[in-house]
Ligand binder design. Structure first.
Ligand code: CA
Ligand code: CA
Ligand code: CA
Ligand code: CA
Length: 382
């Protein structure tokens, strides 16, 4: 169905609103299309220049919470969910200089979620051990290689303990940190990538059981794919062409063949490159999907419950979150822009109010906020 898309919601409404200490509604209906149905975005204060937002369960209840890397204030902000899609007051925890991205996982195997933060300025990865009540105790700064802009979490060597991998922008490689299980890590290996690795994701891209890596390489307009050996080491990379200035990469099933595909945001092209996966972990058939301006990050998620993965991008220059509904064949419908705070750099998808519909949250670097977009669902799969 080729339903007409309504024009972009103006972000200027948000841009002119004063920043205050209480959450506020964007005041515009974020419902530009009958194809999706979202409430207007609600903004919550974060720290200074929030670069990255992730969702996890940081206290004892089953309600999703938010953790934010506040690049400009050298903090991590935690906002605990209330269960209805709203969030409580922000709590700050210390991070090293210029925290850029973060991940959530139980790093010390005590049943409580922890944080791992990649700090650009300090060149370290820091572990903040969770107390299980939404607070974090000791911070452990791991020896890093420097320039770690992006971090991903997963069990890379199959021992059941979460491991970390960082994309080290200026060194043109990724570093693998294998977890020991008590919250400490050893730098196990480094692997060369193409020039300018900005973002790394962990996914099983071929038919074996070993996790693989995909790395968006900003300066060489490609994604480097490193197939895993299952022991924390990786084979020599293969590069696949993207649009111009690829920033973030995510994996997901974007067509029907159940082989993982890749989606990559391109800052200069204002597109997402879709690369369809082959069974052996190689990729084919690059398509360019138009987003808002300067898409930094993206999420792969089925927003309209039709069984087909959709995409959501955080478009920095247009201050939108673009929703791109999947057709199930690797193609996508036209971008539906949702208004968020100013200059969003990060987006995450999760069911924040536990109604069964995935919601979206962005981290907005210029308004020092996160925007929560609740998915009202209600439409019917076609
Ligand atoms: Ca823990
Ligand atoms: Ca492991
Ligand atoms: Ca869908
Ligand atoms: Ca929901």
């Amino acid at each position: 169905m080729g339903g007409a898309k309504i024009a972009a919601i103006t972000a200027s409404v948000l841009a002119m609103a004063p920043l205050d200490s209480v959450p506020r509604s964007a005041g515009v209906a974020a419902r530009p299309s009958a194809e999706i149905d979202f409430d207007a975005g609600v903004e919550y204060p974060a720290g200074n220049y929030p670069c990255s937002v992730v969702v996890g369960r940081l206290n004892a209840d089953p309600i999703p919470d938010l953790a934010v890397a506040d690049y400009g204030s050298n903090k991590v902000s935690v906002l605990l969910g209330k269960g209805d899609g709203t969030f409580g007051a922000r709590h700050e925890f210390s991070a090293p200089l210029l925290p850029y991205t973060l991940v959530i996982g139980d790093l010390n195997q005590d049943g409580r979620e922890d944080l791992a933060v990649a700090s650009e300025g300090a060149g370290t990865v820091s572990v903040l051990l969770g107390e299980g009540d939404g607070t974090f105790g000791g911070r452990v700064d791991l020896e890093g290689e420097g320039g770690a802009y992006s971090i991903a979490i997963g069990d890379l060597n199959g021992d059941g303990i979460p491991d970390l991998v960082t994309a080290n922008l200026n060194l043109n490689r990724v570093s693998v940190l294998l977890g020991r299980g008590e919250g400490s890590f050893q730098v196990a290996s480094t692997c060369p990538t193409a020039h300018g690795p900005r973002s790394v994701t962990i996914a099983n891209l071929n038919a074996d059981q070993a996790p693989d890596l995909a790395v968006a390489c900003f300066n060489s307009n490609c994604v480097s794919v490193l197939l895993g050996n299952g022991d924390g080491t990786f084979r020599r990379r293969k590069d696949y062409s993207t649009g111009i200035s690829p920033y973030s990469v995510s994996a997901g099933f974007l067509d029907v063949d159940r082989r993982p595909d890749l989606a990559v945001t391109n800052l200069v092209s204002n597109t997402i490159s879709v690369l369809l996966g082959n069974e052996n972990g190689s990729f084919r058939g690059k398509r360019e999907i138009v987003t808002g301006r300067q898409p930094y990050a993206l999420a792969v998620v089925d927003l309209n419950a039709d069984g087909r993965a959709d995409l959501a991008s955080s478009d920095l220059a247009s201050s939108t979150c673009s929703v791109l509904l999947g057709k199930g064949d690797g193609g996508f419908r036209g971008a539906i822009p949702l208004a968020v705070g100013r200059n969003p750099q990060s987006v995450a998808a999760a069911d924040l109010n536990l109604d069964g519909w995935p919601d979206l949250v962005t981290a907005n670097t210029a308004s020092n906020t996160v925007t929560v977009l609740l998915n009202r669902g209600g439409f019917r799969p076609r």
